[in-house]
Design a protein around this ligand. Structure first.
Ligand SMILES: Cc1cc2nc3c(=O)[nH]c(=O)nc-3n(C[C@H](O)[C@H](O)[C@H](O)COP(=O)(O)OP(=O)(O)OC[C@H]3O[C@@H](n4cnc5c(N)ncnc54)[C@H](O)[C@@H]3O)c2cc1C
Ligand code: SF4
Length: 342
């Protein structure tokens, strides 16, 4: 049994102060020190039980006011999703389903009903990788868990691992689904923290591993995600999330595509694409978008876009299949989006 401090917060400010007073991680070892916010607990508590994360303090944010932290509001400037809204509340909200289908689908295809009822949107975007070597502490070599220790996946069983955004230090894939929808729709994140409040593009929240795979996001210690703002986009309604997984029951993506299309007749006026399951972070496929703009969605154009999306892919022994799977997933998502009645 490893003791840790447990703090219940009733306001964002109390949560931030509680987090900071309880001590920060020194960044040298994820497990050693520092505080963690507790939302639904569906990632954090799992990893604490496994001994992968060993925070010295846990700040429970479930008592924060729901009117600001768990709201789901559609207004003239777009959709606002509070960070403490549960995945199922957002997935089943009629305004989200009608105006931002890619958001609703990414959430409803994620995890199981029980997990979606508990898990929060803020926790979802900050979930950790499912890399087996990261989650099993009997493997000593994991640069993400213990910086500088090596990477057991590099020459191990790497079927689930990433082909895009990889480095010589880590090839773990980003596991979530909701983040791809946020990237495709140019969402912003509102953050409050010890350094004050700010708003950043969601696309800048996650980091690729480089030589610091233990640093997964750009939040400072104590930063609390307050809400996600998704702008009013002309083509958000023609959007969808396609997820390919080993089984149709709850399972993480092998490959996924979040796409939003603005069509002028058969010509692509504008398009947004984010890929999941294949990359170390939620992955905006800008090269593919560039190939599609101004074109009609014929087979050759779609194939060229898919090629462009995976041109920089770097597979290992067991995951090369993800390149072909990722291309097919993207092509099929675009074809399906083009036929949507809006
Ligand atoms: C069996 C299983 C299957 C799953 N399948 C999928 C899937 O297919 N797709 C998918 O997307 N997910 C999947 N998940 C992951 C699940 O969606 C996440 O565990 C969940 O969304 C995390 O949310 P939470 O509120 O429980 O986060 P927590 O576990 O409470 O927190 C996770 C992390 O986020 C931090 N955090 C939480 N809220 C905030 C905030 N507001 N500000 C700053 N930091 C915060 C915490 O400190 C912690 O580090 C699965 C999980 C399980 C167990
Ligand atoms: S892929 Fe990343 S998370 Fe997995 S063992 Fe290697 S360093 Fe650790």
């Amino acid at each position: 049994m490893r003791p840790f401090q447990f703090i219940r917060a009733d306001s964002p400010q109390a949560a931030i102060v509680g987090f900071s007073n309880a001590g920060e991680s020194d960044g040298s070892d994820e497990r050693s020190r520092g505080s963690q916010y507790l939302a639904g607990g569906t990632t954090l508590l799992d990893l604490m039980k496994l001994g992968v994360m060993q925070p010295s303090a846990v700040v429970d944010i479930n008592g924060l006011p729901t009117d600001s932290l768990a709201q789901i509001d559609l207004g003239p400037r777009g959709l606002r999703l509070g960070a403490m809204a549960r995945m199922s509340d957002a997935a089943e909200h009629p305004d989200v389903i009608e105006h931002y289908p890619v958001i609703a689908q990414s959430l409803s295809l994620a995890a199981s009903t029980q997990i979606r009822n508990m898990a929060s949107l803020g926790g979802n975007v900050l979930q950790r990788t499912r890399c087996t070597y990261f989650r099993d502490t009997s493997y000593p070599n994991c640069n993400k868990r213990t910086p500088g220790s090596g990477c057991a996946a590099m020459d191990g069983i790497n079927r689930q691992h990433a082909v895009l955004g990889v480095s010589g230090d880590c090839i773990a894939s980003y596991p979530g689904d909701f983040a791809q929808a946020l990237i495709a729709l140019d969402a912003q994140v509102e953050i409050n923290g010890p350094g004050g409040g700010r708003v950043i593009p969601f696309a800048t929240l996650h980091r690729t591993p480089g030589d610091t795979p233990h640093l997964e996001h750009t939040l400072a210690p104590g930063d609390l995600i307050i809400a996600f703002d998704i702008p009013e986009l002309p083509f958000a309604r023609r959007s969808l999330f396609l997820k390919i997984r080993d089984r149709e029951s709850y399972e993480f993506a092998l490959a996924s595509a979040a796409v939003a299309l603005d069509l002028d007749g058969e010509t692509v006026k504008d398009v947004r694409i984010a890929l999941g399951g294949v990359a170390t972070a939620p992955w905006r496929a800008e090269e593919a978008e560039a190939r599609l703009k101004g074109q009609s969605l014929g087979d050759d154009t779609l194939a060229a876009a898919a090629e462009a999306a995976f041109a920089q892919a770097s597979p290992r022994e067991h995951n090369a299949f993800k390149i072909d799977l990722g291309k097919r997933t993207l092509v099929r998502a675009l074809q399906q989006a083009a036929t949507l009645e809006i």
